[in-house]
Design a binder for this molecule. Structure first.
Ligand code: NAD
Ligand code: ZN
Length: 592
């Protein structure tokens, strides 16, 4: 009977050993499969992200050659570095993942083509895990990105399970061996003594291999979290800005889209925020409220915008439902819109951005237009047009005096010309800005630091004054100047953002029938301006004085904030630096 037990014990030990070995082999195999698939899903990125760097990293990791940007378009035509490349606008974003346990840099390329035509090139360049080109890589890669996140999380779990399998395997193996030894020992003892043995004392070790291993497993378990990070220009309190890592934006509301920013720019308001003049902007906010980008994710309620669409993101967001949005006064939106980007929510000087109320707030960019052709329709063009020209009621033949020849004043010159005024007078303290004003179409320029602007305007208007005065500076002196140079019955359109009270000389104005308007841009004219650009009636590209790769936004700020020396008007931030020709010096607008 005892013999039977001994034989049974040996058999059980053998089974345990076999199971142990099996569990070990399967777990180790499973583990490496998980790691392999991880490697196939990802693409190794190098810290400097240069093509050579990526190639070197890929080689080191034994991966297939990494993705390269296509050199020909779908039609087989080579993509040059000029406008074509911009229109094509393929780009690759690589996100370094934190805590890649086992992988030095796990990264995922995000490919997009502005017009969707880049897909076949990308298909040739990017192979799926099976080695076959992806049938719709534009979509698949985005899907794959989500899949990657899931895969990473799942494989994290899978790795843990396989680790557990290894532990169980070892435990089975050891207990099988122990059991075997006991059984053999018992058999030997039985054979030698020939008498019944008291059952062997249960020698379950205090810290048996299984328990020990389990403890070690727990002790070394990492609380690893996978997450995507992006770079963005962050306001860190007055005087402090940094180009730093922040979590990727995600869909928060069903009406949101997430956009991969292609082109962005800096505005004077960003400098105001940095000075600490805008207390409602909390430190930690990503700045920027003007951009063109490609939709990469969309909320379930978004119906008019598709993934892959290239869109203009306006400085003004519209909920589309509140009283003011229904009156097309989107700037006053009370439903969560208005000026929110880079103000009360994260803005657009970033690799990615969440865009609320997408259906009512973004504009699809016509395929034929470059990002730069539409970028300034996000703020300065509608601002100058609506708050300056339309509020000022510019009529054919009018004398229009524009005080301030910054980007907004220049945009007022450009859009006033749509109404064929008789004369445009630009007034500024900086000669360089006045020279720009002449390029943009001003007929007369006055430096009010060295000349008497009121006298000059009176001399030009038969002693009456300007029909329309547009204030585009934002200081008390320039508002007061406008009230002095406007004719009786004339209109003053204030555009400037004022930080101090200005004096209103009602004792002089009360009998002069002067209309004064104020306003925050609503961007209700954006579709109209877009049509003008599409039809070649408006060329906004002369605003561009400098271009920077997006990740040099810090340097772009230095240049933009030192306009007196750099003569910067608008600096363009580009997600993919393209070797452009120098900015053209051609004239601003063609009317008629
Ligand atoms: P900017 O600072 O680039 O340009 C201002 C120009 O005014 C400069 O050329 C400067 O030389 C000139 N200037 C300064 N003091 C002057 C003076 N005393 N007399 C004559 N010229 C003087 O600003 P910008 O980006 O062109 O914007 C202009 C204004 O429009 C700002 O106040 C801005 O905040 C405001 N803005 C308003 C809205 C809105 O919705 N109402 C939207 C955007 C911008
Ligand atoms: Zn609204």
């Amino acid at each position: 009977m005892r013999k039977l037990f001994e034989i049974g014990g040996l058999a059980a030990a053998a089974v345990l050993i076999a199971f142990g070995i099996g569990a070990l082999v399967m777990s180790v195999q499973g583990r490496s499969t998980v790691q392999d698939s991880l490697r196939l899903e990802g693409i190794v990125g190098s810290p400097d992200m240069s093509p050579a760097g990526i190639a070197a990293e890929a080689k080191k990791a034994g991966l297939p050659a990494s993705v390269s940007l296509p050199t020909v378009d779908v039609a087989g035509k080579p993509i040059d570095t000029g406008a074509r490349a911009r229109a094509f606008a393929s780009y690759m974003r690589i996100h370094t993942l934190e805590a890649t346990g086992g992988l030095t840099y796990a990264a995922m390329p995000r490919y997009a083509s502005a017009d969707g035509k880049g897909t076949s090139d990308i298909a040739a360049a990017v192979k799926g895990p099976s080695g076959k080109p992806l049938d719709n890589p534009l979509r698949n890669l985005w899907v794959t990105e989500t899949a990657l996140t899931t895969a990473l999380n799942t494989s994290y779990l899978a790795e843990r399970i396989s680790l557990f399998g290894i532990v169980v395997g070892i435990a089975l193996l050891l207990s099988g061996l122990g059991f075997g030894i006991l059984a053999i020992g018992g058999a030997l003892r039985t054979a030698s003594s020939g008498r019944a043995e008291t059952p062997a004392p249960k020698k379950l070790p205090a810290a048996g291999p299984g328990r020990l291993a389990t403890r070690r497993f727990r002790a070394t378990r990492k609380t690893t979290e996978w997450r995507f990070v992006m770079k963005a220009l962050v306001y860190n309190g007055p005087g402090q800005r940094a180009w730093e890592d922040v979590p990727d934006p995600v869909i928060e509301q069903p009406t949101d889209v997430v956009v991969s920013i292609q082109t962005s720019t800096i505005c004077g308001s960003d400098l105001h925020i940095l000075k600490g003049d805008v207390p409602e902007t909390p430190p930690g906010t990503v700045l920027g409220h003007e951009a063109v980008g490609t939709v990469i994710e969309k909320g379930s309620a978004v119906t008019t915008v598709e993934i892959g669409d290239r869109v203009l993101i306006s400085c003004i967001t519209s909920c589309g439902r509140c009283r003011f949005c229904k009156e097309a006064r989107y700037g006053l939106c009370t439903g969560g819109g208005g000026w929110i980007f880079g103000h009360t929510i994260d803005g657009l000087q970033a690799e990615y951005a969440r865009v609320p109320f997408a259906d009512t707030s973004v504009y699809k960019v016509p395929e034929a237009l470059t990002d730069e052709q539409v970028l300034f329709l996000a703020d300065i063009l509608p601002t100058a047009f609506e708050v300056g020209v339309l509020n000022g009621g510019v009529q054919p033949g009018d004398t229009v005096a524009i005080v301030g020849a910054g980007p907004v004043g220049l945009a007022a010159i450009m859009t006033a010309k749509l109404y064929t005024p008789g004369r445009i007078i630009a007034i500024d303290l900086a000669d360089a800005r006045l020279a720009k004003a002449r390029e943009f179409g001003a007929d007369t320029t006055i430096n009010n630091g060295t000349e008497n602007a009121v006298e000059q305007v009176m001399a030009l208007t038969g002693g009456l004054g300007a029909d329309v005065a547009i204030e585009a500076v934002g200081v008390p002196a320039t508002f007061e100047l406008c009230t002095e140079l406007v004719r009786p019955g004339g209109r003053i359109a204030n555009v400037g953002v004022h930080g101090h009270s200005a004096e209103l000389h009602l004792e002089k104005l009360w009998s002069r029938d002067v209309t004064i308007t104020t306003g925050l841009v609503d961007a209700f004219t954006t579709p109209q301006l877009l049509k003008l650009v599409t039809e070649g009636r408006l060329d906004t590209t002369p605003f561009v004085t400098h271009r920077f790769p997006l990740d040099e936004t810090m340097a772009a700020y230095d240049t933009f904030s030192d306009a007196a020396n750099t003569h910067a008007l608008k600096v363009v931030l580009e997600a993919v630096p393209v070797a452009y020709a120098a900015p053209t010096e051609k004239h601003a607008v063609a009317v008629g």
